[in-house]
Structures are given as structure tokens and as C-alpha cells.
Design a protein around this ligand. Sequence first.
Ligand code: ADP
Length: 501
Amino acid sequence: MATAASAPSIDPNVSTFVGTTRKLFINGKWVEAASGKTFPTYNPATGEVLANVAEGDREDIDRAVKAARAAFETGPWAKKMSPAQRGKLIWKLADLIEKHQEEFAQLESLDNGKPLKISRIADVPLTFEHMRYYAGWATKIEGNTIPLTLAGPTKYLAYTLREPVGVVGQIIPWNFPLLMAAWKLGPALATGCTIVLKPAEQTPLSALRLGELIQEAGFPDGVVNIVPGYGETAGAALAAHPEVDKVAFTGSTEVGKLILHAAAGNLKKVSLELGGKSPNIVLEDADLNSTIPGAAGAIFFNHGQCCCAGSRLFVEEKVFDKVVEGVTQIAEKMQVKPGFEPDCDMGPMVSEEQMNRVCGYLESGFREGAKAVTGGARLGNQGYFVKPTVLVNTTDKMKVVQEEIFGPVVTAIPFRDPNEIVARANDTIYGLAAGVWSRDIKRALSVAAKLRAGTVWINCYNVFDPALPFGGYKQSGWGREMGHEVLEHYTEVKSVCAALT
Ligand code: ADP
């Protein structure tokens, strides 16, 4: 039993899992990469190798796509199984994830660096509940009957069918490795697609463990294939593959544009969930007792490695000092340490590269005149830790205000005129999320109406639910994840028109 002073020991199943070189999951079998190559994944709290993983590349992606194509065209999945049977399999997978939840929580913490206490209560439960939500959708993918405009009702019977889009390539990031796999797999499975999933090279482990449970649940071979590898090789090959009908990507806006170009060859369907620089707006009448921890959580949750992080904190002048002081106090109290430590509030950045990127942004901010009220640098010299940071003295055109840092860095910006704040909040290439804090719900709703963002949280932040669509305006993406909205991206509409006379 863990005490406040001692980190929990690693689950024996997790030790075994990371102790063996992990293989690719193609056509229901665990196989080596065609090249025989492997790559290491690191524990970011120590910088040490955590596990070795087969390195998928173009040839492996091709094998996986062919397996997914065969499973779609001739396997039982799309042609023989009923929606109810598919739904039951997805539900069974959710049950298995729940059964093995501690293993997943540990793998996620070790591979990504996040606090174990957070992966236990957030990443893993959100994952199995997400699967259950889409298990329910499998039996509810419906078309319509259509009364034709130009013909009488007895002349034609016209209706639409929603059919699976086909073979789907899914490329996911490292910030919520397991949950992002679930966000992608849930709707694809519910609609009857087959899948090639490429996890991020920094965090391939939980997706591979998920592959074992997909096998145990009894999904037909080839329905889900999992091919870890690097973005420029395996990821690019998947995005460009001519036999892939759709690519779904979550990651940076920069790579999203590459995916789009790669997809142009066969005009595959594309959905993108990309970056953000989300405004979090505090009006002077906000309840500061909940706003201050809310604003701190909006940026520091998952170490700021969230596409929707509330990284631009706009605060009405009258309460600016109080809010900055409150967020600073929270930042200073945060325990920044390895994710397995029971009192860890914030773990390391996912990789050395990411830590250097965040520190590079801090230096650029300082060069341009920003000041750190707290934090502002790397913490220690082992592992990839960055101090939670509050920046002030910024101007709206600075890089730290315009670009996505993807780290625990908030810029706190005072404003005087509430009528102008929406324009400043919208002054970004992104449009993923936003927050508004006010006791006056009418004012908050009026600000929400004017924000160009896919999600607006009022008096809360980072509230996610499988039923609530999530995605971006502007350069934050194309399409939506979750809810019933996402199902449209995984289905084609077929109009059938039968002459009755
Ligand atoms: P980050 O820069 O934060 O690592 P990325 O957007 O690069 O985020 O990565 C998200 C996912 O996209 C990862 O799975 C990565 O391997 C993949 N990826 C990176 N570059 C490419 C590319 N050129 N084509 C396809 N996938 C890519």
C-alpha cells in the first residue's frame, strides 16, 4: 500500500509489458517490423529507456492497410456482423479496459510523465466510458426517408443509408495517448470502419496494450491494426496511402497541413484536431474563489500539454492583481516531480525536445520584454521538468501570446474595456476553445456567442464528455471529435431512389 512518502510499486503486468520488445499489431497478429528495426520510448521523469518497440515504416503500414482493406471488404466485420454484435464487442473492450485500469494508468504515467493520480481518475475512466458511449451508437446509425421535391409520394421511394467510410488511418499525439486512441477508435468501430492506428513515437505503449485487449475481446482480424513508428515515416505513409479512405489526425497545426497535402493524392477524407491558443477571460464580477483555481487548472492540467489549454488569461483590470497573485500561489505550491510520486501535481514534459521547445519560448518571451511572476525555467537537471510559469508584461503580438507553447506557461493579460476583449481573444489563427468567468450568466453567454471557438466553457474549464463535440474553428482543425457529430466523418451517405411505378 502506498503512503504519502512512498511511490507505488510498478504493477507486475506493467513490468512484464515494458520488459519485452513490443511488436506491431497487424491482421490480428503481433509481428516484427519488416525492417527488423526497433526504437526506444523513454521515461521522461528520468530520461531512461522505458521500453523498446518495433519501428513501423512504409512497408508495415502497407501490410496493415491491406489487412484493414481485406477485413472491410471480405471479413465478417462490415458485411456479416450486425450493429448490435459490433456494439457488444466495443462494450466488451470497455469492460476489459476497466478491468485493467491500473495497468493502463501506470503505463500512461511512465510513458507520458503525467501524475499517476490523474491518469487513474481522468485518462483511463474517460477512455472506457468513451468506448461505452460509442458502443451504444453502433445500433443507431440511421438514414432518412426523403420526400422528393419534384415527384409525388407514390412515384419513388427515396431514402439515405449511412455506410462506413471504409479503411481509416488514425494518427494520434502523445499528450493523452490512451484517450486519444479511444476518441479515434470509438466512432470508427461503431460505424463499421476498419482501422490502422499510428500512436505517437513518444508514447506508443498504452495503445499496444490496448491492442492485446482488442484481441482478447474477439474483434475479427484486421479490424484494428496498430503500427507505432515515427511521424515522417510511418505517419506520412499512412496519410498518403492510396487505399486509405479517410485519415483522422490529432496533433500540431503544422503537421495537420502536411497530412492534408499527403491526403490529396487519392482525395481521402480528412478530419483534423489541431493546436490552440485558447483565451480564458475573467470578468471583474467573477467569483474569484472558483475562478483562480479554474484559471490555474486551465493551463497547468496535463502540464499545459493540452491543445485547448487556457494559455492566454485575459483578466479585467480591477481584479488582475488578485487573479495573478492567486494563480501564482497555486503554481508555487504545485509539486513538480515524477508522476509516480503520490503527491505529484505536475510531471515532466513528455520529452527532452518538448522541454527545450517550452524553454525556448520562455527565452523568446523574456527577450521581447515579458516577465515571469513565477517559474520561467527548467526545474532540476534530471528528467524533463519545467516550472509552472505565469508571464506578465506581454503585448498581443509577442510569440508567447500568439504561438502554441504546449507547456505550463500562461500569459496573464489585463484588459480595461470588456467590449474590446472579444476582438483580442479572437486575434489568433486558432479557434479551439475558450473560457469565460462571470457571475452574470447573461454577460458570459453574450461573450460566448462572440468567441470564434469550437468549445466555450463558462465558469469551468476542461470539462470533457463523450457526448459533447470537440474541435476547432479556423486553423484549429476540420470536423469534430465526439458526440454524434463525429459519426458523420466516419460515414458516407448513400441516396437510394427506387421507382415505384
Ligand atoms: P508534436 O510536434 O507535439 O510531437 P505532432 O503533430 O508532430 O506533435 O505529432 C502528432 C502525431 O503526428 C504523432 O503521431 C506523430 O508521429 C505524427 N506525425 C508527425 N509528423 C508527421 C507527418 N509528416 N505525417 C504524418 N504524421 C506525422
